[in-house]
Design a protein. Structure first.
Lengths: 322, 127
């Protein structure tokens, strides 16, 4: 049974966010203080300290790029969720690995067509290379139109028609399982402006739910039951935890996003194994997101009703093996 | 989910007991609804005594948010009191401590919202 690996290339919601100079200085200052007294005298030792030692929490930024997640299961064809700016970084790695003359196949599942989820495509270099095949799946009727419009003048200088790859658009129906690239994939409609779609991926007795840009309201019993069934015993749930619960039921109600608290509750109801907080609020700093993650871990502990649920906060570059 | 009430001058203390979760939130909302309707400018001020509540889910918290919204529109006041440590943590993690004033005891809550209610409370609870 091949290992299933999930790679996060873009994890920020709404708009990409860069670590600015002031935040970088703070990060470096924290690292210098934390490293004091440790043997970090060579670049190798410093890297090891950041990757595996006490500095591991300082070794990444939540950044970062807008949503793009890769599912890998040892197959030759690539599988992605969404084409936010993280897709640009993913594409660069693919080119580094194969070179420009080795045709590849990409299967991309779109949650929806809001800008932050498609804005990486004009910089997705495989789209420019003849021989590549890109299949874009989604449940929105205007799937193809959204991509073509993004490339059109005056928004972008290269029209869609000039892209060299073979690009196909496939409209899926929610609630139906499809066999695609070795996965059984089931889309589900979600509550978001203009609708969004979550996907449940299954193969080799492992399951991954990608559920971003979705506002779950658990006081609607039928909706809660349907969501729980969709999440049922998933090995990994990638979940839109953009807002606090208080915000999501008050000033930001009906803005189409969920909270860390609802993510934990849904996973507990569904007996899912691992919750990944995703689509981070762009206004939140690294420290703030780290604090939300620690609080979420604690929330899971104090509300646990059976098997422990592992909780992670996604960052660009995170890899999780199932 | 049980709700009992006691009046102290212009304030009502609603003592909640049990779990407020997806299974009990409807009865919680219904039980709270009649009291919230009277929570208005010149009407009752509400103290929710959480000392008997050991868990509240997001659905219960949303019901509280709706109650807060309604009472605010009516010019009323709702505060929380005597949250158990776990429930206090749930309020903090969900940022509901930024929505509601949360007091350690019912007496502290009454002291904040109504001097006459505090006087009535102290008169009934010697010591």
């Amino acid at each position: 049974m091949p290992a299933v690996r999930v790679k996060f290339w873009g994890t920020r919601g709404s708009i990409p966010v860069a670590l600015d100079a002031a935040a970088l200085k703070e990060r470096l200052a924290s690292a210098l203080v934390a490293a004091s007294g440790h043997d970090v005298g060579t670049i190798e030792k410093a890297r090891a300290w950041l990757e595996r030692g006490p500095g591991s929490a300082l070794g990444h930024t939540f950044g970062g790029d807008s949503p793009c997640v890769q599912l890998e299961a040892g197959a030759a064809e690539y599988v992605l969720c969404d084409l936010g700016t993280g897709a640009r970084v993913f594409a660069n790695r693919v080119l580094q690995r194969h070179g420009p003359a080795s045709p590849q196949v990409f299967h991309v599942f779109m949650s929806h067509l809001h800008w932050d989820h498609i804005m990486g495509f004009p910089f997705f270099t495989p789209a420019y290379l003849p021989g590549n095949r890109i299949v874009i799946y989604g449940c929105h009727r205007d799937l193809e139109h959204a991509f073509r419009r993004q490339h059109a003048a005056p928004s972008f200088p290269v029209p869609f028609e000039r892209l060299g790859a073979r690009i196909e658009f496939v409209t899926l129906a929610p609630g139906r399982p499809y066999d695609i690239a070795g996965w059984s994939v089931t889309p589900r409609r979600q509550d978001h402006s203009g609708d969004s779609y979550g996907y449940r991926f299954e193969r080799d007795r492992r399951s991954i739910v990608y559920s971003t840009d979705s506002e779950y309201k658990l006081d609607n019993a039928a909706d809660a039951q349907a969501a729980t069934a969709f999440f049922r015993e998933a090995d990994l749930v990638i979940f839109d935890a953009m807002y606090s619960l208080a915000d999501s039921v008050s000033v930001k109600e009906d803005w189409g996003h969920s909270s860390n608290v609802v993510g934990v509750e849904l996973c507990q109801l569904a007996r899912a194994k691992h919750l990944v907080l995703f689509h981070h609020e762009p206004a939140n700093s690294d420290d703030k997101i780290a604090s939300i993650w620690r609080e979420t871990v604690r929330f899971e502990e104090i509300t646990r009703n059976g098997v422990p649920l592992r909780v992670s906060a996604a960052y660009d570059g995170l890899e999780i093996e199932l | 989910m049980l709700i009992s009430q006691k009046r102290y001058a212009n304030a009502k203390v609603l003592t909640l007991s049990g779990r407020i979760d997806n299974g009990t939130s409807d009865s919680f909302k219904t039980g709270l609804g009649a009291h919230v309707a009277e929570c208005r400018a010149g009407g009752d001020r509400l103290v929710l005594d959480f000392s008997g509540v050991d868990y509240i889910s997001s659905v219960g918290l949303r019901a509280l948010m709706l109650a807060a919204r309604q009472s605010r529109e009516q010019g009323g006041t709702i505060v929380m009191a005597a949250l158990q440590p776990v429930v206090r943590e749930i309020f903090e993690i969900s940022r509901f401590t930024m929505v509601f004033d949360c007091f350690s005891t019912v007496r502290e809550a009454l002291a904040k919202i109504s001097p006459s209610a505090l006087a009535a409370y102290d008169a009934r609870t010697p010591g």
